[in-house]
Design a protein around this ligand. Sequence first.
Ligand code: FES
Length: 92
Amino acid sequence: MSKIIFQKSGVELNWGGSEENILELAEIHDLDLAYGCRMGNCTACQQKVISGEVEYPTGHTGEPDEGYALLCCCTLKESYLGRSRISDGPYW
Ligand code: FES
């Protein structure tokens, strides 16, 4: 099973694919992440993908910065196995 480690908090969660997106998974586990439209438009939910790969099953119209992902509409890439690291706060 793939795992997502949220870099700032150190929270490590299993990605089972039953959540609609990574933001939803984080919220179920009480992580308080920024968001706006929740539809892939505004980019308010973007976070740095430190390792791992994401994909957008339903697409998005907003463009995240290079190396970042829109957590409200992305999932872990199905073919990616192992641990992914994603920021859950300002990343520098
Ligand atoms: S909350 Fe607007 S793009 Fe994710």
